[in-house]
Write a protein that binds this ligand. Structure first.
Ligand code: 1PZ
Length: 215
C-alpha cells in the first residue's frame, strides 16, 4: 500500500531529487541540492557505522547551507548562482586563505560539489559493472580520480579504510532498494546524466568566478 511504499527508502527517490535542482534557465536550487545530499547521507548511514565519519562532515555542510537558506539573507541563497553573486558582491568569501568568513556558502558548497563528482564517477562505474565487480574497487577508483586530490593524507587513508568495508555489489544493490540489477542499471542510466549536468553547471560557474580553489 501507499503507506508502506512511503516508508521504504529507495535511492531512486534520492537521485530524483537532483532532477529538481535545475531551474528553467539552468540555475541550481540550493534547497533541492541540499535535499539530495540529505538522502545520500541517509543511504550512506544505512551501509554501516563506519561511514558516519564521512557523513558527519556532509551533515555539517548541509546544515551550514540550510542555515543560510533559512537566515535573514535567505532570498540570496535560493540558487547557487545567486548565492555566489551575493557573497562575492558583499565580500563574504575568504578567497585566498581562511579569515573572517571561514564557512561561506560558496566554500561550503564547493566541498559537496567536489564530492558530487566522486558520486557521478562511482555511479557510472556501478552502472557498467558486472556481477563480479567489487564496490570497494569502483569506489576507490572514483575517489582517486576526483575527491582525493583535495584531501590530505590522513583523510585519504581513512577513506581507503572505509572503502574496504563497503558491502559487496549484491548487498549494495539491495540497500539501494530499486529492484533487480536490470532496474538498477536503468535507474542509473537516468540519474547519472542528471547529476553530471548539475555538476557541470556548478563547475562552470565556479570556474568563471575563479572559485575552484576556495580555502
Ligand atoms: C558509499 C560509500 C561512501 C564513500 C564516500 C566517499 C567519499 C570519501 C570522503 C571522505 C571524507 C571524509 C571526511 C571529511 C573531509 C573534509 O575534510 C572535506 C573537506 O572539507 P573541509 O575540511 O575543507 O571543511 N570534506 C569533503 O570533502 C566533503 C565530503 C563529503 C562526503 C560525502 C560522501 C557522499 C556519499 C554518498 C553515498 C552514496
Amino acid at each position: 500500500s501507499a503507506v508502506i511504499e512511503e516508508q521504504k527508502f529507495s535511492l531512486q527517490e534520492v537521485l530524483d531529487t537532483f532532477k529538481l535542482c535545475l531551474s528553467e534557465n539552468q540555475d541550481v536550487y540550493v534547497e533541492h541540492y541540499v535535499a539530495g545530499w540529505r538522502g545520500l547521507v541517509k543511504f550512506m548511514n544505512s551501509l554501516g557505522n563506519v561511514f558516519t565519519f564521512i557523513s558527519k562532515d556532509a551533515v555539517n555542510k548541509i546544515q551550514i547551507l540550510v542555515n543560510f537558506l533559512n537566515g535573514e539573507n535567505g532570498s540570496h541563497y535560493v540558487t547557487i548562482q545567486s548565492m555566489v553573486k551575493y557573497e562575492l558582491d558583499n565580500q563574504l568569501v575568504d578567497l585566498d586563505k581562511r579569515g573572517s568568513h571561514p564557512e561561506s556558502g560558496s566554500r561550503t558548497l564547493l566541498r559537496l560539489h567536489r564530492a558530487l563528482r566522486w558520486l557521478e564517477l562511482f555511479l557510472e562505474r556501478l552502472r557498467t559493472s558486472t556481477e563480479d565487480s567489487k564496490t570497494s574497487v569502483m569506489c576507490a577508483d572514483a575517489y582517486n580520480e576526483s575527491l582525493s586530490q583535495h584531501h590530505p593524507w590522513v583523510i585519504r587513508k581513512a577513506a581507503g579504510m572505509a572503502f574496504c568495508v563497503l558491502p559487496g555489489r549484491p548487498t549494495f544493490f539491495e540497500v539501494m532498494n530499486v529492484g533487480g540489477a536490470e532496474k538498477v542499471v536503468d535507474m542509473l542510466g537516468d540519474a547519472v546524466p542528471m547529476i553530471s549536468k548539475v555538476y557541470q553547471i556548478t563547475e562552470d560557474l565556479y570556474s568563471q568566478n575563479n572559485l575552484l580553489e576556495l580555502p
